[in-house]
Ligand binder design. Structure first.
Ligand SMILES: O=C(O)c1ccccc1NCC(=O)[C@H](O)[C@H](O)COP(=O)(O)O
Length: 205
């Protein structure tokens, strides 16, 4: 079964929507964004989240201490690094926590995916750009790299995914998980019906 992450929850009702739909992962964006959440809000929402849903914290060039604290106090179970965090940063974070780390890669060329394979992070997240933009990248770059590389890092596919293009995206890239934010929103807010439908499709077919 392909896994699915619903990213960018920021209202109390978004927690109700995902508890009903039960995606595998959800994302709290701690970076500057219209979806940014505070530590206080995430701490308050964490106990409300169904236990089978894994909360991921999304960060851009955040201090190691803040990321590690949120992981180690179990507010989040995985950290997604969406900025310019280098291998030294990720290695250092791994000395501070045992929890899995996702490194986001902005895919402009095959080379971006190839160099991502060498990271010490546990997963890659292949995305179009800054994150949460609703824009896709050229998925054919993934299959070109897959044909060349041996040990593929498991990756989340992100960027402009929605009900209309999800099947095609999965066929083209065969990801470990898909990650959606804008594609399950209406007028900038998470849409209960879209979340329910997309998670049902991923888990049933
Ligand atoms: O979602 C944001 O606003 C955001 C801001 C800064 C860094 C990362 C961000 N989101 C990361 C995600 O994991 C998104 O789900 C992913 O980029 C896909 O977004 P979308 O293209 O809107 O589906």
């Amino acid at each position: 079964m392909r896994k699915i992450k619903i990213c960018g929850l920021f209202r109390d009702c978004d927690i109700d929507y995902v508890n009903e739909a039960r995606p595998d992962f959800i994302g709290f964006v701690f970076a500057k964004s219209r979806r940014q959440v505070s530590v206080v809000w995430a701490e308050a929402m964490r106990p409300r989240l169904k236990s089978e849903i894994t909360p991921v914290g999304v960060f851009v060039n955040e201090s190691l201490e803040k990321v590690a604290k949120l992981l180690n106090d179990n507010t989040i179970e995985m950290a997604q690094l969406h900025g310019d965090e280098n291998e030294n940063y990720i290695r250092e974070l791994k000395t501070l926590t045992n929890k899995p780390i996702i490194k986001a890669v902005r895919v402009l060329s095959e080379e971006d995916i190839v160099s991502g394979q060498h990271t010490v992070a546990d997963f890659l997240l292949l995305d179009n750009g800054a994150g949460g933009t609703g824009e896709s990248f050229d998925w054919s770059l993934v299959s070109q790299v897959k044909n060349q590389e041996q040990n593929q890092k498991p990756f989340f596919l992100a960027g402009g995914l929605m009900a209309d293009n999800l099947e095609q995206a999965i066929l083209a890239t065969s990801p470990y998980a898909v990650d959606l934010s804008s594609g399950v929103e209406t007028d900038g807010l998470k849409d209960r019906a879209k979340i329910l439908e997309i998670v049902r499709r991923m888990h049933n077919g």
